[in-house]
Design a binder for this molecule. Structure first.
Ligand code: GLU
Length: 507
């Protein structure tokens, strides 16, 4: 594979937050750039002012930072092809639309919204939608159907117009998609898409192609939803005479719902209880807050690892990949053609695995602020030991607090369902006798506790559970948590006995 000169871009439109699919597109571009020593570029495609959503651009940038996807060229870093925001490049597109008009590959169209609506009603049949194009364009109000004088007088009187691509008849458009193989389309099936709007800004199609060319993009890796536009983009390259430097295309498969078919949507996340956005998104228009992986307690490394395997496979059994390993293993030919089903349980599985790879010290940095926020000041060593006891049960970062809270606070209530199952009339006496023994052992450690439990349960002829389950309920408040002796030893004899006493009074 070529190792120099690769340039790829992630080109989001700031019309809302970044979806899982968007993160995956950015990631695959990043991996491909890094493994070939190429450049990874961020370009903001914001020429559709009607769909502008405040905060979306900042959100996208922050989310990608959280994921660890750093760009080589972007809005803040700049680069040889700046500016990297299309709304700041509007003068450039004017020159290029002029070239297409001069060469006769585009034309002016004056049709008003109501005229277009009328055409849609008139020409759409049950199975065929109206297309502004080869069959209909001469029936519409444009510079092809009108005389030069008519066009001129309309422009002079200030009529609004758009510029449309003139799709040629009967041309074969053929290209090789790196994932889908050969794509073959007849030009007649395409419509005369708008390239330039009456507001003086280009549409996505024109700006995207012009910028990919000017930014010397070598590979366009993007979502499958853009596959239908690719033939038209190819025509644009042809019209401009840029076919020789056209990028290669790779259209990524969809990310599908966990259940059933179809594209994964925010609604699926809401319905099944998982986020579809990397970070929490506060929608300024709908006044609604959506969950994010970050705030739900996922580690960015786990999130990225999970996303990487949604649609790509390494061809081996390996599932855990660091970013560096992903860079080394990634290849476009191992991207699947068909959609990838999102699996929320697998996302948690990855997070659990990555949490196990963290040291107790690293997890301390997550737990410590939570303790402080809850007004708890605990000895660092104590917190570290609590973390090491619960770590293997932690799936999401907030579980660290949920699973250690009883180390810092005595239970305020006792799970009544558990009580019903384990508590008998004999229990209080058993516990009191045991507590007395514990008060007298020489050393309060696992070994001494173990011995005394053995002796006590044998002499009382009871099962270990008859002692340990009630003890846990009194000390923890539930039937959860790590080994009971570990809990007792970490809490220390005084607190352990105090909780038992208090528990017996209150349960
Ligand atoms: N602006 C387009 C988007 O939001 C980019 C598509 C492309 O990568 O060409 O997805």
């Amino acid at each position: 594979m070529e190792t120099i000169g690769i340039r790829v871009r992630f080109a989001p439109s700031p019309t809302g937050p970044l979806h899982l699919g968007g993160v995956r597109t950015a990631l695959y571009n990043y991996l491909f750039a890094k493994q070939t020593n190429g450049k990874f570029i961020l370009r903001i495609e914001d020429t559709d002012q009607n769909r502008f959503v405040p905060g979306a651009e900042e959100y996208i940038i922050k989310s990608l930072q959280w994921c660890g996807l750093e760009f080589d060229e972007d809005l803040t870093k700049g680069g040889p092809c700046a500016p990297y925001k299309q709304s700041e490049r509007s003068a450039i597109y004017k020159d290029y639309i002029k070239i297409l008009l001069d060469k006769g590959h585009a034309y002016l169209a004056f049709d008003t919204a109501s005229e277009l609506e009328e055409a849609r009603n008139k020409f759409s049949t049950g199975h065929e939608q109206f297309q502004y194009g080869i069959k209909t364009r001469m029936l519409m109000k444009n510079s092809l159907s009108m005389t030069t004088d008519e066009v001129k007088s309309r422009i002079d009187r200030g009529d609004r117009y758009v510029v449309r691509i003139l799709i040629p008849e009967n041309q074969t458009i053929l290209f090789t998609d790196l994932i889908r193989g050969e794509v073959n389309v007849l030009s007649d099936s395409l419509d005369d898409k708008v390239l330039f709007k009456s507001d003086g800004l280009p549409t996505y199609h024109l700006a995207n192609v012009v910028d990919d060319y000017l930014m010397k993009i070598t590979h366009v890796i993007r979502g499958e939803e853009w596959l239908p536009s690719a033939p038209m983009h190819l025509l644009l390259y042809r019209f401009f005479g840029w076919e020789g430097s056209m990028p290669q295309f790779a259209h990524l498969p969809l990310i599908l719902k966990p259940d059933g078919n179809g594209k994964l949507s925010k609604r699926d996340g809401d319905r099944l209880g998982f986020p579809v956005f990397p970070m929490e998104w506060k929608d300024p228009l709908a006044n609604e807050v959506s969950h994010g992986y970050k705030e739900d307690g996922y580690l960015p490394e786990a999130f990225i690892n999970m996303i990487a395997l949604l649609g790509w496979n390494p061809g081996t059994e390996q599932e855990i990949f660091s970013m560096q390993e992903l860079i080394e293993a990634f290849s476009i030919d191992r991207i699947n053609k068909s959609g990838a089903k999102y699996d929320p349980a697998k996302a948690k599985w990855f997070n659990h695995k990555y949490i196990q790879l963290k040291t107790d010290e690293e997890l301390f940095t997550y737990l410590d602020p939570v303790l402080k926020a809850n007004g708890i000041s605990a000895d660092r060593e104590f917190v570290l030991r609590a973390i090491s006891l619960v770590k293997e049960r932690v799936e999401l970062l907030p579980d660290l607090w949920k699973n250690t809270v009883f180390f810092f606070r005595a239970p305020e209530s006792y799970d009544q369902n558990v009580k019903q199952k384990i508590w008998t009339d004999a229990t209080p006496v058993i516990i009191e006798e045991f507590a007395n023994l514990v008060g007298n052992i020489q050393q309060f450690d696992n070994e001494h506790l173990h011995n005394i439990i053995q002796e006590f349960t044998a002499s009382r002829k009871i099962k270990t559970g008859q002692l340990m389950n009630p003890l846990r309920l009194l000390v923890v408040g539930s039937n959860q948590g790590p080994g009971m002796m570990d809990i007792a030893v970490l809490l220390g004899r005084d607190i352990f006995l105090e909780r038992i006493k208090k528990g017996l009074r209150n349960i």
